[in-house]
Design a protein around this ligand. Sequence first.
Ligand SMILES: [Zn+2]
Ligand SMILES: [Zn+2]
Length: 361
Amino acid sequence: MQNILAKPQENSQLKRKSHKQWRKEVKKLRRKKIRQKEAQTKPMILEDIPLPDSDDSIEPEDSEQRLLGEELWLRRELIAQKVFREQKRKKEEIEAVKKAEKDKIQREFELREQRYQDKINEKKRLEEEAQREWDIVQEQLTNFLENKGRVPEKLLVPLESNPGKEECSFFLKTNCCRHDLKCLRNHKRPQISKVLLLKNFYSHISLERAETGIEFTYHDVLNDYYQFFEDISEELEKFGEIINIRTCGNTGIHMRGNVFVEFESMRNAMNAYINLNGRFYAGKQINAEFSTITSWKAAVCGLALHKKCHKGGSCNFLHLFPNPRNKYSQPCKGDGRTDSIRSHKGCEFLLLIIVFYLNLF
Ligand SMILES: [Zn+2]
Ligand SMILES: [Zn+2]
């Protein structure tokens, strides 16, 4: 009986202990909730809070001590999460800045590439357009040379060295300028005309006498020139009727030995231009271009014609060699019928003799 009675007593004691335990746990949980709430709202400085001894071998006798440990752990966790979020935010900001910078560089690179590609495309387009125009001009030129068409309009536009600048009067009158391409004024050069200029075509030591110091007689000079004239006349006549062949006796390098050949038509002049350019004569490559000269009266030195040019060979207007038998020494159409050059042929011849002899002594 005692055993039977003792059992319920023992059960009730267990039941009481269980209730007490239950209440203790409830209180513990309530305190825990309060502490968690406080931890979320109150800032915490971890460094100031000592950590409890975490030695597992020591059983926490005091539940307060254990709860304090848990609370500290929670606060540490919250702060660590906050620090982690802050670091993550900063990292994301840095990444965003880097990405923006990278995108900017990429956009600029793509823009540069696009501009470069546009330039290449534009250059290619212009080249193709120029080629098409050139092909058309070539075809028109072939027809023109075969007497099947007119002068290509593109060739009627002169080439200009300094567009918009004042025209160089020396170049306009004589087709020769001592400054050549460095001239600050505008040189208008035709792409086609009746007059061809063969630059520095006639070379004779007399024209370089000032540099070489070699003396010569005017008779020799004239004989050499006559021989040259006969040679080139025969060759030039193959291209068509010739009106004029005028050769400069000037010593300036920009005029020395320049030979002007005026043909009866632009067709003949163009034919000669195409065939002569690049060929060699007396060991020198021929450099032909079209001339602006329309009036010999304006191009030739008037003082020389009147025996008064004191500049001699260094004059910037044309001092011409006399042609044998006055051959190919016609006035330009613009000079009129009573051309002063023709009427002064005798004077010109005498003047040249005087000038050369003056140079000799
Ligand atoms: Zn000039
Ligand atoms: Zn002169």
